[in-house]
Design a protein around this ligand. Structure first.
Ligand code: GNR
Ligand code: NI
Length: 164
């Protein structure tokens, strides 16, 4: 297990398209392990392989619903409704912004045994799926932000006021 270095906006790798995984290997299992460890270390809800410098279609997620999700070669096959809310990205440190996403999505993907499954997500899970699948296409949420990309120091100040 190892923590991997997270690439940040400005790094060319974040704008590139990821290649599908053809077969599972010990090396990829190690990468997946490291991605989970890195995501937890950074308190992220998700992490896509390009964020740790690997141009492969691999995503891990944990939105605190009691599950750990691994998506290999994910494809969104259905979208429903819409939600507008706050989004952040480990590759855009210290920032957040408002993004509209589908309220529900259905995603087809492979698990670690390269077996196909379908996952339905709503709310934060749907938002996270969309955010991570976008990473695999070389797209960042900053290009979808409605209004201004904001600094997290503003969020902290709001939090402090509420803590009284
Ligand atoms: O930690 C993260 N939080 C988050 C919040 C709203 C929508 C998506 C996310 S994913 C993000 C971690 C990250 O950068 N994943 O690529
Ligand atoms: Ni991100």
């Amino acid at each position: 297990m190892a923590i991997r270095n997270i690439r940040v906006i400005g790094d060319d790798i974040l704008t590139k398209k990821c290649k599908p995984v053809k077969e599972m290997t010990p090396r990829l299992l190690q990468l997946i392990d490291d991605m989970f460890e890195t995501m937890y270390q950074e308190n992220g809800a998700g992490l896509a392989a390009p964020q740790v410098g690997v141009l492969k279609q691999i995503v891990v997620m944990d939105v605190d619903d009691g599950n750990q999700y691994l998506l290999i070669n994910p494809e969104i096959i259905e979208e429903e409704g819409s939600q507008t809310g706050t989004e952040g990205c480990l590759s855009v440190p210290g920032k957040h912004g408002t993004v509209t996403r589908p309220e529900k999505v259905k995603v087809k993907a492979l698990d670690q045994d390269m077996k196909e499954f379908v996952l339905e997500g709503e709310g934060l899970l749907a938002r996270c799926i969309c955010h991570e699948v976008a990473h695999l296409r070389g797209e960042l949420y900053v290009d979808l932000v409605e209004g201004e990309l904001m600094d997290n120091s503003e969020l902290d100040e709001e939090g402090e006021e509420e803590q009284e």
